[in-house]
Each structure stands twice: as C-alpha cells, then as structure tokens.
Design a protein around this ligand. Structure first.
Ligand SMILES: [Zn+2]
Length: 307
C-alpha cells in the first residue's frame, strides 16, 4: 500500500482506501471519467448527493508529485467517514477528489519505486500542466515564470488550447453537472491559503468573503498559514481556481501545504525533489491543515441554506 521508503501510498493504495472509506461510511463513489492513459478519476460524496443542496469540493493532485495534497484530501475523507461534520451533511454534500491526475501520480510512484527514488514531475501523460489548461485567461500572459507557457518543454506548458486535456474536461464536466458553492484545492508548498485572482493583480468581487473563509481555516490551524490573493504568491493563467471563481461563481480557495521540506536530520530530503514538496513524515502537517480545512463544511451549510 505504501511506496518503499516513504510514508505515501501507491495509487492502488489510494484507490483501495477510497473503496474502504465508502464501504465503511456509506459515502457514494462517483467515477468522473478517465485519464489520458485510461485510469479512473474517482471522487467520494458525503451527504447523499442530492444536487439541490449546496456542495463543497476538496480536490488534489493536479500536479503529479504533490502527494501530500492527495493525502490531505484522503485525510479529510477519513474524518468525514468517522462522523466529523455529520451534523451538517443534511444541508450540504461534501465531495472529495484525491487524485485529479492519476497518470502523473503513477509516474512519480514508478520513479520512487525504481530505486533511483528521485522524483520531479508535475504534468499529465501528455506533458501538460493541468493547472494551466483551464479556459480562463488562457492566452493572457501575466509576465511570470509560473505562468502558463505555450512552449512544450516548459514545466508550465498550458496545452494546445483550453481544455485540450482529458483530465481538465472530466473536471469541467463534473463541475458543470453539480451545485458547488465552495472549493478547496490542495497543492504544495508555500504555507498559504490563496484565492482569486491568480492571473491579474486586482481584487476580485468576492475578495472579502474569500479572505474571511481562508481566515477561518488559518485561525483554526495550530501553525497558521498566510492568507492572500493568489497573484501575491505567483501570477498564473489558466488555473482551475480562477476558472471555478470567474466562470462558475464558486468561492475557490487553494492551499499551498507546508514549507520547503529540506530537513538537516533527514538525508533523503537533501537531494530528492519529492521531499522538498512532501514532508518525509506528513502526519504533523496533516493535523495542522485537515481539521482546519473542514471548517468549510459548516460554512457551506450556513452560507447557502435558506434557513
Ligand atoms: Zn501544485
């Protein structure tokens, strides 16, 4: 279930845990679609799934090597399966999509398991950065090294056109068919909670609401993260969060988990980029962020229900 010499699950282990959590809690499993290489993209739904209820989405692993994000989403699902926040689930559905980019996850798993153990990958099987492939400001170039690039060899290659990628289309169609009000994407690293805009240096219309939501999470953390609009960390176009907010009216948050993970006493973290992004032992950071992130369940129920 775990990749050798790491505290992180194999993709098969992630899928097995999704099945186990559903079996244990009665949550629904939805097959959203397939990746470029034909792997299933699956989400858990807590709350019964009636789309007339306001919905909340946690999603992770747009970027291949950001395993702690998938682990954070799974940890949120574990807590929901254990009954946390159950008092709000008659008013809201909570969806958890741990692995947006399963081909990327599998590729990193293969590198880590190969014995070389060095893993640096962020794109999908076609070499596209999925968090630059969304139909929002796609052709706009905000003048940043992190912006979506038209060049295939760039780590931030945006793809040939908006939604050129299978995974992006699966996610888009999933969102269009549901009733999401709030979303939280897990990425790493940066110890921050971000919100739109990412593609331009201006205040979005929901700035104060988004800052308050992010502030609630931060306030509930043992080691609080900074709260700011995404463009203050890095400017980028074509991101899922800007699309969710700008095109779908969803209050979209992004959490950049943790800090650069190089630790003096953990030699594996000195040379392997995987451990710059993912702590050797993720437990402490998960406990810092996941219970706090679940504050959004009550927020979704209280902000968007009529009574
Ligand atoms: Zn990322």
């Amino acid at each position: 279930m775990f990749i050798r010499d790491t505290a992180y699950k194999t993709l098969r282990g992630v899928e097995a845990e999704i099945d186990a959590l559903a079996a244990r809690s009665g949550a629904e499993i939805a097959l959203l679609g397939e990746s470029t290489e034909g792997r299933p993209i699956r989400a858990l739904c807590f709350g019964g799934g009636d789309y007339r209820k306001p919905e909340l989405l946690y999603y992770a692993l747009e970027h291949s090597m950001e395993y702690i994000g998938a682990e954070a989403a799974l940890d949120a699902a574990r807590r929901l399966a254990d009954g946390e926040c159950s008092e709000f689930l008659d008013k809201t559905n909570v969806w958890v999509l741990p692995v947006f980019n399963p081909d990327g996850y599998a590729r990193v798993e293969k590198q880590l398991s190969s014995g070389l153990g060095l893993a640096f990958a962020r794109k999908n099987a076609s070499g596209v950065d999925l968090n630059r492939n969304f139909p929002v400001a796609f052709y706009h170039f905000p003048g940043s090294v992190f912006a979506g690039s038209p060049l295939k060899f760039s780590p931030h290659y945006r793809g040939a056109e908006p939604c050129s990628e299978q995974e992006t289309r699966v996610f888009r169609d999933f969102i269009l068919g549901r009733n999401f009000k709030i979303s939280l994407a897990f990425h790493c690293f940066g110890a921050s909670i971000l919100y739109p805009y990412f593609y331009k240096k201006s205040k979005c219309g929901a700035h104060d609401t988004l800052a308050a939501l992010a502030g609630k999470i931060s306030f509930a953390q043992r080691s609080p993260y900074s709260v700011k609009p995404g463009h203050k960390l890095y400017l980028t176009n074509g991101s899922s969060a800007d699309w969710l907010y700008d095109e779908q009216g969803i209050l979209a948050l992004v959490m950049e988990i943790g800090k650069l993970g190089v630790k003096a006493d953990r030699p594996e973290s000195w040379i392997n980029p995987f451990f710059w992004f993912n702590p050797v032992d993720p437990r402490e950071e998960l406990d810092n962020i996941v219970p706090a992130s679940l504050k959004l369940v009550e927020e979704t129920a209280s902000r968007f229900c009529g009574d």
